[in-house]
Design a protein around this ligand. Sequence first.
Ligand SMILES: O=C(O)CCC(=O)C(=O)O
Length: 368
Amino acid sequence: MAPSFDDANALIDFVVRDGNGVKGLVDSGISQVPERYIQPPDERMEKVVESSKDGFSSVPIDLSKLDGPDHDQVVEAIVKAAETLGFFQVINHGMPLDFLESLKNAAHRFFALPADAKSVYLKGVSPSPSVKYGTSFAPEQEKALEWKDFVSMVYTNDGDAQQHWPKECKEEAFDYLKSSIEMVRRLLTVLIGNLGVTLDDSRLESLIGMKMVNMNFYPICPNPELTVGVGRHSDMGTLTVLLQDGIGGLYVKLEESKLDGRKEEWIEIPPIPGALVINVGDSLQILSNGRYKSAEHRVRTTSKQSRVSVPFFAIPRPTTKIGPLRHLAELDGGAIYREVEFQEYMSNFFGHAHDGKKSLDFVKISAN
Ligand SMILES: O=C(O)CCC(=O)C(=O)O
């Protein structure tokens, strides 16, 4: 029998420790979200106003044109998107539509498993440190939990992935990882090339040396107006490639400087069949001395249908030193971020609940 979800400890035991997740909560037949999921009024998403776009293009970028006569225009579009919103969508990226469908199906297959089959991958008991199943982002640190379950697969080598990634989704996750790596290499070469640096293979690899595929599951929510799927945050890595399904609900915040005094505004990244979403992470913002914008984003919940998304995160190797490119800092009259070993940045990132772009404060050099 499901415990009383009015008792916060029993709720955490059921959802987090026993691995039932939000899915288990919903399957138990709740008609209202437990208190612990209720966001403070400022974080609720019931009144999301879609902005007038402010010149941000929602037209996806055709990546196949990077190799043809339109190369320069495609580079310009990628750079502009990275400098403004920090988010863009790509099509003709080399992953066929039926493969993307199979990837979403694989995510549904995993989360449809009974809790005891998923909980073998809980932190502390998982057969490999590279696989982790869980719920919310940092339940120990969060005042209000996120309405999301996830499985995370860190790539170390082909053998580990074959042996340890969950069989319900490993083939698809692995193929997605391999294709995403190629895409990220091309995009980073463009973006860093635009900063006047030609990346050699070893430098490129140090910037994307940690590779991770997550599968996110957002169950139907009885009170979407009180909850969030994922709270406001930016990603810590260099670039993220995201497959979302057709449900929608991914929102990106416009930078304050673009708002001319208007209050905060969020733009929805609309689902486009066959497209993948790309976003800039903190590491690329740091490296570019603030030129490229790591995008603050969050996810709405819905009462209509469960949603899945599959991000691939390209993350610097823990031993890589991340700091602004020296010539940019000189050009700009100083670095706005201090150099840090990425391991340190990552520990700080995971040590806090999602809180917008506060993760960057860890390395920000104050103005005075
Ligand atoms: O589900 C989404 O659309 C975004 C997921 C996300 O932001 C994350 O996993 O960090």
